[in-house]
Ligand binder design. Structure first.
Ligand code: FES
Length: 252
């Protein structure tokens, strides 16, 4: 498992592989090709526009933190595309070592198999359905890493249920865990109130007070309940929004 960490991709390598996969996808019928393109566009836009805030950086540096950062994410996720580059750039500017690991639902969403094989003594790939590699959720290797590698900070970005269980995994080890709650935002202006979450029992707006929060302080059940409020309407809108894009129900 230590080899797995030592041989993880840097953010630059990850980007190169994602570009390569999009431009030379060996699967001509890959239904996720559009997502790769969307993800890359967002990532590159964030890379171009994100500027490390001087005050935030100075504040962070004053804490004299020199640990290793573990980011758990999913390559197809639009939120991750926007967030991971910013997180990576920030910690890089602060002089920290940053490594990224990813989990996927199934074989079709794994985009770095060859590259990982080339650099790892032992390649461990997790898919939820076991269609490739180890049948496990990301929390399984996360727990093992908490026991053996002991990261100083975990950043989880992806579906709320994944982030919830990441925090349940890291809590017994007392490893600070930052989560990104932007999936609940609607207009992102502080006006609609749709992004209300409960943090340590207090109501916060994700778009105003976040979107990153201490994962241990989030009321996950409340957030997931609220996320499901307009499920029926979302499903109907999903159909209308994606007419002509050939995106199947359940893929977005
Ligand atoms: S997303 Fe509407 S208030 Fe935050």
């Amino acid at each position: 498992m230590q080899n797995y960490w030592q041989n993880a991709l840097t953010f630059e390598e990850y980007l190169k592989v994602a570009e390569e996969r999009f431009h030379n996808n060996p699967d001509n019928n890959d239904e996720h090709q559009e997502y790769y393109e969307l993800g890359l566009t967002r990532t590159n836009r964030t890379l171009k526009t994100y500027k490390v805030d001087g005050d935030q950086l100075a504040n962070f540096k004053s804490k004299d933190f020199h640990g290793k950062i573990l980011i758990i994410s999913e390559p197809w996720c639009g939120d991750a595309s926007a967030t991971v580059p910013a997180v990576s750039k920030f910690f890089e500017a602060a002089g920290n070592e940053v490594k990224i690991i990813m989990g996927a639902r199934n074989e079709g969403l794994i985009i770095m198999e060859d590259e990982m094989k080339a650099i790892a003594d032992e390649l461990i790939v997790c898919t939820d359905d076991g269609s490739y590699g180890r049948k496990a959720l990301v929390t399984e290797p996360l727990k093992e890493l908490c026991e053996t590698w002991k990261p100083d900070l975990v950043v989880a970005i992806g579906p709320p249920v994944m982030m919830k269980f990441c925090t349940l995994t890291t809590r017994p080890f007392n490893i600070p865990t930052v989560v990104s709650l932007n999936t609940i935002m609607v207009d992102g202006t502080g006006m609609c109130g749709g992004c209300r979450v409960s943090i340590n029992g207090k109501t916060k707006f994700v778009c105003v007070d976040g979107p990153e929060f201490d994962g241990f302080a989030v009321d996950w059940d409340n957030m997931m309940l609220r996320l499901g409020t307009f499920k029926a309407q979302e499903q109907e809108a999903h159909h209308r929004c994606h007419i002509g894009l050939h995106i199947q129900e359940g893929d977005a």
